[in-house]
Design a protein around this ligand. Structure first.
Ligand code: C5P
Length: 465
């Protein structure tokens, strides 16, 4: 279709003229786009439209101005996958736009069964992309350019199929090609049936994608469109928006280095046996993630756990307390250290090279233990290399706060996060803690470990500000 006149397009046609607009902007500088009734008028910024706006059918002047984005406006490339949750992504576009974030949308073929390019285009006020080979026109943005045209790539809903394609580096359509070609951070909001989510293949793909640096929000637990109940519902649009805003923000901890220890340590008795504890690493990993969300450069040193490390932390896997201490010292200097690890207090004095044999009739062997280095105390007394803020955890089963206060003095740290581990805290999803600083005690209600992590990260950011 051609323009009605030089710089005037039909509203219905305007969205197809995106590349023409870009070409004009490249040649003539910033362009101003104004709607007048059924016409769209394009002028160079600063010029007034040739004619004043005419009254629309209601008699009122219809004059919808599409403000040019302020310099540095943030953009996401939103890949909408084919699932019933796709309709929620339309709400997401609206929420992002309210937050000053522009969306450019790619609809997979399957997604078009759930939402139309027209709706997505109207809400995003941009051309909607769907087919890889539409992009061969020179005037169009190529898929490489498209994949890098945003500050963040968001996949919502991320179907089992899209996750599988991305985890395996497939590039057979526009969405998967974009995910393979992008140099930007990727956030996925998975949505699928509960059995599909728990299937070993999906969980394998999830771990692979996390290891590749993909961030995730959700899925939530609840009733599903298919009539089943469980984990697999896409996170609510507000939660996805918040995750996007966190990833887009530079954050108050930008430029700060933070060291986090997590998980148990494993102290060998012989090649097959060891002394360890029940720490799952969940709380420490969530703290590392929350600190990274605030922009910190995080080094996470962890003993063996069954969960994947957060994408944006530098991860050091260790086994013994002595290895953990060495990895922590190698990560200095740091502005803050958060020691969440459940370090084994003692280790077998000699880790035997050969497996201890069970001899018939012989007495059970005794294990001679010796004390492990105290990583928290060592970091707290590191002299010139001491992080500005050192935070310890106190897992207690009684007199929680009194013991925590004594621990601050004994270890030389600044804060203690005290928790009562007499219940199901170790390995559980929730935690109830008190933050003990030199100024006093703040008791936090029971909440998800992620929430504890976010609150603690915010306190750390405030302390380092
Ligand atoms: O003395 P306790 O083990 O209760 O202290 C717990 C705190 O000290 C936690 O922050 C834990 O990470 C840290 N710790 C350590 N090295 C040890 C023992 C504990 O860093 N050997």
């Amino acid at each position: 279709m051609t323009a009605k006149t030089g710089n005037e397009w039909a509203v219905a046609d305007a969205k197809n003229r995106f590349s023409e607009l870009i070409t004009k902007a490249l040649k003539e500088g910033p362009q101003r786009v104004v709607r007048r009734g059924e016409a769209v008028i394009v002028t160079a910024e600063g010029e007034t439209p040739a004619r004043p706006p005419a009254p629309g059918p209601t008699g009122r002047v219809e004059y919808v101005e599409h403000q040019p984005q302020p310099a540095g406006a943030r953009r996401v490339l939103l890949i909408i996958g084919g699932g019933i949750a796709a309709y929620k992504s339309l709400e997401l576009i609206r929420l992002l736009s309210k937050a000053g974030v522009k969306s450019r949308v790619i609809l997979t073929e399957a997604a078009q069964h759930f939402v139309t390019p027209l709706t997505a285009g109207a809400l995003s006020e941009d051309k909607v992309y769907s087919a890889l080979f539409d992009l061969t026109d020179e005037a169009e943005m190529g898929h490489i350019e498209l994949s890098r045209s945003a500050d963040l790539v968001v996949v919502a809903p991320a179907t089992a199929d899209l996750m599988a394609k991305a985890a395996n580096g497939l590039a057979g359509d526009l969405a998967s090609t974009t995910l393979l070609a992008t140099d930007k951070k990727v956030l996925m909001a998975p949505a699928m049936n509960v059995r599909m989510w728990h299937h070993a293949a999906t969980q394998r793909n999830l771990a692979r994608l996390r290891a590749d640096g993909v961030a995730f929000v959700g899925p939530d637990e609840g009733a599903m469109a298919c009539g089943e109940f469980g984990v697999g519902r896409m996170a609510e649009p507000t939660a996805i928006r918040d995750a996007i805003l966190r990833l887009l923000s530079d954050g108050p901890l930008k430029g700060r280095r933070v060291l986090v220890t997590a998980g148990p340590t494993v102290e060998p008795i012989d090649p097959v046996r060891f002394v360890s504890n029940r720490s799952s690493g969940k709380q420490g990993f969530a703290i590392a993630e929350a600190l990274a969300d605030l922009g910190a450069e995080v080094t996470l040193v962890s003993g063996p756990v069954a969960i994947a490390p957060p994408a944006r932390a530098t991860f050091k896997a260790v086994e013994t307390a002595r290895e953990m201490l060495a990895a922590c010292e190698a990560a200095l200097p740091a502005d803050a250290a958060v020691c969440v690890a459940a370090v084994a207090d003692w280790r077998p004095r000699a880790a035997l090279k050969d497996k201890i044999k069970k001899e018939k009739g012989a007495a059970a062997p005794s294990i001679d233990l010796e004390e492990n280095p105290d990583i928290l105390a060592t970091l707290s007394k590191a002299g010139a290399r001491r992080p500005m803020l050192v935070v310890g955890f106190a897992a207690e089963t009684s007199n929680v706060e009194a013991n925590a206060k004594a621990k601050i003095a004994r270890k030389g740290c600044d804060w203690i996060v005290a928790n009562d581990v007499s219940g199901d805290v170790m390995g559980g999803a929730e935690n109830e803690v008190a933050l003990i600083t030199r100024d006093g005690v703040a008791r936090w209600p029971r909440m998800a470990k992620e929430e504890v992590a976010r609150k603690l990260a915010a306190e750390i950011a405030a302390a380092l500000a």
